[in-house]
Design a protein around this ligand. Sequence first.
Ligand code: G4P
Length: 533
Amino acid sequence: MGLHEEIERRRTFAVISHPDAGKTTLTEKLLLYGGAIQTAGAVKSNKIRKGATSDFMEIERQRGISVSTSVMTFAYGGRLINLLDTPGHKDFAEDTFRTLTAVDSVVLVVDCVKGVEAQTERLMQVCRMRDTPVIIFINKLDLEGRDPYSLLDELEEKLDIRVRPMTWPIGIGATFKGVYDLHRRKLRLFQPDKTKVESTAVDIADLNDPEVDRHIGREAADMLREEADLVNGVYDPFDRSTYLAAKVAPVFFGSAVNNFGVKETLDTFIEIAPPPQPRPTDQGLVSPEDPAFSGFVFKIHANLDPNHRDRIAFLRICSGRFQRNTFYHHVRLDRSVRFANPTSFLAASKNVVDEAWPGDVIGLFDTGIFKIGDTLTEGARFQFRGIPAFSPELFRELANLDPMRSKQLDKGIRQLTDEGVAQLFTQTQGNKKIVGTVGELQFEVIRYRLENEYGAKCTFHTIPAYKACWLTSEDPQVLDEFCRIKAGQIVLDKDGNRVFMAPSAYILDLERRNNPEITFHTTSEFKTALADT
Ligand code: G4P
């Protein structure tokens, strides 16, 4: 098979959800269809126990599990599917955001009782930033959930995307009888059964067929007819190009734990989801069809076990063919690197791979040469863009408890931030180190790892900081002047970019209004913006 065929076969995506909506359960069912696992229960929930903030065994357990399920590759319907896992715990949201840069589409799981939740909104914002196509799976229809119309309205409103129901539920909770597949014109009957592989399907060319009454009863059949008419009248017919442009999200209703509605979602996924897409670099788009290999690191996994200090860098291949034992160009370090044992993640076990293609994710044994966002090429000097470094939400000053070990502390915190555990800022006045994270748990992880891996002891002090804002301006003098006046609140990120540490929402708003020539970037794309200025 040539490059073109390899690309056309591949679909690389992630399942995302607010914790507890059913991501792990749906993933497991998808893997059962793909033959990647044989029995239900094989994929352990990768959630850290709720409320755990300092249980390191729990963190370690989560990390241990998450490496083996980081990428799950399976074949289904003539496609080779790479399913990228995302951590369940909200404190690891930044990991999830980065993983989303390595996929071509997503399946979003929404709980029909709870509707759109906080994390659902944040994840969708990231998808929208890069126009990632989304399929929505509304889960737990076996529970007394909300009315489907109100759920669909909420999705459109809160997620800022149009929706198109592909199936329609017949009843909900105790009265849930199944779904009508509006796309394939099939009635799928629901029988709660967690071991079942497929639901019973009845072909229905015309909903007026009395067969429908026979299966679901007269009353439900009449209601379905009415609702199907309404849905087809209210929502535009499904159009693949608007889905691929991330303007509309097809919606499925089901119950993951009962394996209901999952197969339709997967079948539609392989029919409509995009193959590996071009990716932006500082020198324009790179097409997967470009025969020269390129890829970027979107995740680094370190082993917490002090006896196994290995790190794995996860590389998404963006163009050409990757080959084992071949020299590639590490763009940031401007040097050649070669990998003897790159691994793939076929069937959740690690195998050495000789070659890999666009859309694939491989694990590279990392001796400390990689940072999140690093680019590998066949020699070209471009860098992939848009690898997010989100504005952290919690900030603490890092205080050294053992002055004899400050070198180790310095090295440790730099390496951990290279891995993307947290972000590091240094004060321009006073040299204090500020660590920013998206969750409380990261401070515990950092303290634990600095002590266990680097022999350095530290603690964290609370500081008044609300948001880190990367600064850009068309006029460098305006920016210099602002940084001079605000020197006390200006810090440098690890790449030496100037960042305004806003103490409160009020002050940030004020500074924005007082300094219209300066842009205050609070999300990831600041790197793109900096490259543009
Ligand atoms: P997550 O990865 O998104 O965090 O969610 P996960 O799949 O772990 O599911 C969260 C809980 O919701 C689990 O229950 C799971 O069994 C349940 N669940 C998933 N799909 C459905 C569904 O279609 N209907 C119903 N009623 N429940 C569903 P748990 O009690 O937290 O865990 P477990 O002991 O069942 O594993």
